[in-house]
Write a protein of this length. Structure first.
Length: 244
């Protein structure tokens, strides 16, 4: 029972964040769920919970989706998903968790202190291959395609709704190879998938609530608060593994 309550709090918090700022579900949920189980289990559970939510939002925004652009990026990213899956499956638990903590800190620091520069670099067309490859690797390893995918898709259009739609359908699609390759590696159990499925309605509800709340709150301030919180979370995970 304690475990289910913890999962409910984690996924509700991540879903609310996703609704308010439009990203960050996996960055919050995967490290915390991994602390309860392990990284591969957290990634596969997140694929179920997060993907159901993204699919729903993609359906709502389906008129704005640029399918050719999304499928091209998805095809390249998929090739690199196994690299991340293999890495996280065979690296011992403590180094893998330390790497996850370091990754979360790096992404949050980059967003907090040099968001415009990072976005500028990642939006360049010649960065397509490296961004798609990086997205595949971190999706397979940590289930977090956002850090590389968000700047890419945002940089391809001036229309916010189109960028949101492209991201939601991409997040939905990339979950499939993540699940398949983790299943092939023996990281997925029906118990974990069933447990994750319990929280899909909750996540959809709080995401909707966060989306409505975002209309009343200053987005930039919220993003900075989130980045600071992620730095603290990543640092905690990292130092916990180093001193254990």
């Amino acid at each position: 029972m304690h475990e289910l309550v913890s999962l409910a709090i984690i996924y509700a918090t991540a879903g609310l964040l996703q609704g308010v700022v439009g990203f960050g579900f996996a960055l919050v949920s995967v490290p915390l769920v991994a602390a309860l189980y392990d990284i591969p289990t957290a990634v596969t559970m997140n694929a179920v919970v997060g993907t159901a939510n993204c699919a729903y939002k993609a359906w709502l925004l389906r008129r704005h989706i640029e399918y050719r652009l999304v499928l091209r990026f998805f095809a390249v990213a998929t090739v690199f998903v196994p690299v991340g899956v293999v890495a996280v499956s065979y690296i011992p638990g403590r180094p893998a968790m330390a790497a996850l903590g370091l990754f979360v800190v790096a992404v949050a620091v980059a967003n907090l202190f040099s968001r415009s520069y990072v976005s500028l670099v990642m939006r360049r067309r010649r960065s397509f291959w490296s961004l798609a490859g990086l997205t595949g690797v971190i999706s397979g390893a940590f289930g977090t395609p956002g850090p590389a995918a968000v700047p890419y898709f945002v940089g391809q259009t001036i229309h916010a709704e189109t960028a949101k739609a492209n991201l939601q359908i991409f997040f939905t699609l990339v979950a499939a190879p993540v699940i398949v390759f983790h299943a092939a590696a023996g990281n997925m159990t029906f118990v974990a998938l069933g447990r994750a499925g319990l929280f899909v309605p909750l996540v959809m509800l709080v995401t909707l609530t966060g989306t409505r709340a975002a209309e009343l709150l200053p987005a930039e301030t919220l993003r900075r608060v989130v980045d600071i919180g992620l730095i603290a979370l990543g640092a905690y995970i990292l130092f916990e593994q180093l001193i254990a």
